[in-house]
Design a protein around this ligand. Structure first.
Ligand code: SER
Length: 578
């Protein structure tokens, strides 16, 4: 049986409710482009908001990390991965959590005890040493324990948010005899699971206790599958092997001859399939998530060229395999199959038009470059031939030439309206960091959604939103540019509602009742059976995790500052509250 199913079944048998994977693009969280950890969509609940599914949760979550794109090509890195996680929201704490992990590893996965070791928090900055976890491990017969400091055994996503000491579980991945002493720096020991005891909240003002003591655990599905199957190259595990073989069969080179290019194609097409298949409707573009997608596809195309793949629809052959493989767990892939295949091909055709010329130009440029390719040339390759920077870096590296990447990035920023976070690619605390202003914008998106339905078309649907303390952005389905009159009417309507001082109310109900009552939502299949519904008088009713203001009078004056196309059939409004 698949590790995912074993994991879910085990925790369900321990009273956990399975929650669906959230979309790869976080809803209403501007601090990050993609979900990068299983806990991320759960931040409001770790902060104390009651979760509609209760206090024991389990899931597998689609995660995307693209901050180290250049590492892709080795044996262990992936841009997309699935994280298995179980949570206690103020329910059980260290003892049960460690016992569950131990039972799952030794009884379900049948890992011998002597191949397991753990690290626990040694205490630092006034937070005490976690002797309790160490005792629990010892009582279970695990004596290979290393005590480490904050750097290793205190977990926080970014700079602010829920956090706490963790205990990490290691597995001895080698046929050598297991040493008596556990040295976490010995790379035969690999981390397989991380149990975080989230009882604190950290921000600029320091550390405070959370209202409840939570547990957040995370296990990387790809890595643990490879370990259990005894392969030391993740791409040779059952997660990948058929995809690798397929790419090999399309290529002029074998996996042995060029593993990097084959892995890059496998990884980048899989991530692209998941981004395109996500309900957020991301398409290749030059900004935000769309640009990450474009870079992934283009890099895969360049490696397909390196492998001399000749098939005219290689990208779709691979994408189809991936969709088939994952559709049981992620039905959205099948639902959006046509979009996925179509967009991949469109992007391939678009890039193929400039790739050849760009490569020729590159060859010309490079003959006159001594050691470092300057930012202007790198930018020219981007601007004229659509070469993402990592592609230029990769091509240059093959000739032992470096690229002024920082210089390029500055230039790039000056030319692009990239989101604040796109460039840093950092995950900072999600909704946990919501300021009052962001909460106001959140409520304003509901009013805007309702106003667009009244003024433009009752079939307008939200396609996404992004909020910062400075402004809100709202994407919606619409086939035309809004006229000045429409924009003015929308603005007036929202401001009327604000002036009417309407109460915002929240109610828990079954998903079925919520839908029957006409509540609106973006991704219906992503919601649990019991949902929270926010209503603004009888103007708006939406399934939503909050938070919101209590009364519309708190919002101030609403003003649209821009209306533009976002992608085909989707318009984007940027607005502010004054
Ligand atoms: N949040 C922790 C991690 O990502 C445990 O889930 O490792």
């Amino acid at each position: 049986m698949n590790l995912k199913d074993l994991y879910i079944d085990f925790f369900v048998s321990k009273g956990h409710k399975q929650i669906p994977s959230a979309p790869v693009v976080p809803e209403n969280d501007p601090s990050v482009l993609f979900n990068t950890a299983g806990m991320q969509p759960l931040i409001p609940y770790l902060m104390g908001q009651p979760h509609p599914y209760g206090t024991r949760l389990v899931d597998y979550q689609k995660c995307i990390r693209t901050n180290d794109l250049e590492s892709i090509g080795d044996k262990t890195h992936h841009t997309f991965f699935e994280m298995l996680g179980n949570w206690s929201l103020g329910d059980y704490f260290k003892k049960e959590s460690i016992n569950y992990s131990f039972e799952f590893l030794t009884k379900v996965l049948n890992i011998p005890i002597n191949k397991l070791a753990v690290t626990v928090f040694n205490g630092e900055d006034g937070i005490p040493k976690d002797t309790e976890s160490a005792e629990i491990w010892k009582n279970l017969g695990i004596n290979k324990i290393a005590y480490l400091g904050k750097e290793d055994n205190f977990w926080i996503a970014g700079e602010a948010g829920p956090c706490g000491p963790d205990t990490e579980i290691f597995y001895f991945r080698s046929d050598d005899e297991v040493p008596d002493n556990f040295d976490p720096n010995d790379d035969r020991w690999v981390e397989i699971w991380n149990n975080v005891f989230m009882q604190y909240y950290k921000d600029n003002n320091g550390i405070t206790e959370l209202p409840k003591k939570n547990v957040d655990t995370g296990m990387g599905y790809e890595r643990v599958t490879a370990i259990l199957e005894g392969v030391n190259d993740n791409y040779l595990s059952s997660v990948w092997i058929d995809i690798i073989k397929k790419i090999e069969s399309l290529s002029k080179f074998s996996y042995e001859e060029n593993p990097e290019s084959i892995r890059i194609i496998a990884d980048h097409i899989r991530t692209s399939v998941f981004i395109l298949g996500d309900e957020a409707g991301i398409k290749p573009s030059n900004t935000d998530q769309g640009y990450i997608l474009r870079r992934l596809i283009r890099r895969a195309i360049r490696h397909a060229k390196k492998l001399e793949i000749e098939s005219s629809d290689w990208e779709n052959i691979i994408a189809n395999m991936i969709i088939d493989k994952y559709k049981k767990y992620y039905s959205e892939l099948n639902k959006n199959k046509d979009i996925i295949l179509d967009e991949l091909t469109k992007e391939k055709n678009k890039f193929n038009k400039t790739l050849e010329k760009g490569l020729r130009e590159f060859e010309k440029i490079i003959t006159n470059v001594d050691k470092v390719l300057n930012k202007d040339l790198a930018f020219k390759l981007y601007d004229t031939y659509g070469f993402p920077i990592e592609l230029t870096v990769e091509l240059a590296k093959e000739k032992n030439i470096e690229v002024d990447v920082n210089g390029f990035k500055e230039k790039f920023k000056a030319h692009q309206e990239l989101s604040r976070t796109a460039s840093s690619g950092k995950f900072k605390g999600g909704l946990a960091g919501d300021s009052d202003k962001e909460i106001k914008y959140h409520t304003a998106t509901h009013l805007l959604n309702a106003a667009l339905k009244q003024v433009v078309d009752k079939n307008v649907h939200q396609k996404g939103s992004n909020i910062t303390a400075e402004r809100m952005r709202f994407d919606f389905s619409c086939d035309h540019k809004l006229s000045d009159e429409e924009k003015q009417k929308v603005e007036e309507l929202v401001n009327n509602w604000i002036n009417q001082k309407i109460d915002v109310t929240v109610k828990e109900m079954s998903k079925e009742d919520a839908i029957k009552s006409g509540a609106e939502c973006m991704f219906i299949e992503k919601y649990p059976d019991i949902v929270t519904v926010y209503s603004i008088g009888d103007i708006s009713k939406e399934l939503c995790g909050g938070p919101h203001v209590k009364n519309t009078s708190e919002l101030g004056k609403f003003k649209i500052i821009k209306e533009e196309a976002s992608s085909a059939g989707v318009r984007r409004i940027k607005a502010i509250l004054e």
